[in-house]
Design a protein around this ligand. Structure first.
Ligand SMILES: CC(C)(COP(=O)(O)OP(=O)(O)OC[C@H]1O[C@@H](n2cnc3c(N)ncnc32)[C@H](O)[C@@H]1OP(=O)(O)O)[C@@H](O)C(=O)NCCC(=O)NCCS
Length: 225
């Protein structure tokens, strides 16, 4: 009997860029978990702690006013406020687990084995659009996939595109045709949508930048898609 030995050749992974479908919801949700709990957890905790701090200061002042009077109505009110705030914070922190995913606004990058490795979402407004939730799984980064997904997602957008970025990603976006914009120069719709990201003391040490697409693509690397 003759045995035919086949030489295995390494196949370069093939990626597909596409618009999301309803069946992708559970994969998109997983990517959102990755984005929030691996990349943005500090941001979420800062928001929660800064608000909690405010509640705590008010309660402390109230307690100082009624220092010698056992349990007062203020203590009861304070306890209620803290409990309500804690519950709200938990909902805020775990919102990716229960809030519905609007899959229609997502673009995806998928490997040849059907593995969805990255996503981004676009919100359309009357005079502008906002690109958000850009995320590529850690193991698949630095191969041009993020840039390819970005390019694919914005190529048909017919109105100004804005985004908010962590400082460490600024070069990535600049390479892909975005420029920095100050908070003051953002359109009011974008400001309203970015309210939570606006310059604020709670974000000291966690600077966020606002960027607008200018269409001049300077990406200098290539990767087969
Ligand atoms: C930001 C993010 C989407 C980029 O995805 P990515 O697939 O790594 O993007 P790319 O591979 O196109 O580019 C990333 C870097 O790799 C480099 N690169 C790309 N292809 C390369 C290659 N073949 N060889 C070497 N380097 C390469 C690029 O030059 C780029 O460098 P830069 O960041 O200095 O510009 C990804 O890092 C991510 O998901 N981060 C966490 C989530 C996040 O921060 N999202 C954005 C919210 S602001």
């Amino acid at each position: 009997m003759t045995v035919i030995k086949r030489k295995m050749t390494q196949v370069r992974p093939f990626f597909k860029l596409r618009t999301a479908k309803a069946k992708d919801v559970k994969y998109i949700r997983k990517l959102i978990y990755g984005l929030i709990y691996n990349e943005s957890i500090e941001f979420y905790l800062r928001i929660i702690v800064s608000k909690f701090f405010f509640v705590f200061i008010i309660a402390f002042i109230l307690k100082l006013i009624h220092l010698h009077s056992g349990i007062t109505i203020f203590d009861v009110i304070f306890t209620i406020i803290v409990v309500v705030y804690l519950i709200r914070s938990l909902f805020f922190l775990f919102h990716p687990f229960y809030s519905p995913v609007n899959w229609k606004k997502y673009k995806l990058i998928e490997s040849d084995r059907g593995l969805i490795v990255g996503c981004t979402a676009i919100d359309y407004y009357k005079h502008c659009s906002i690109l958000g939730n850009l995320y590529v799984k850690k193991a698949w980064r630095k191969r041009g996939l993020g840039s390819a997904l970005l390019k694919f997602s914005i190529k048909k957008i017919d109105r100004p595109i804005y985004l908010v970025s962590k400082k460490k990603n600024i070069n990535f976006y600049k390479r892909n045709g975005f420029i920095l914009v100050s908070w003051e120069d953002l359109p009011s719709t974008v400001k309203a949508s970015f309210k939570i990201y606006q310059p604020h003391p709670r974000l000291w040490g966690y600077p966020l930048c606002f960027m607008q697409y200018k269409g001049h693509n300077t990406v200098a690397f290539t990767y087969e898609i």
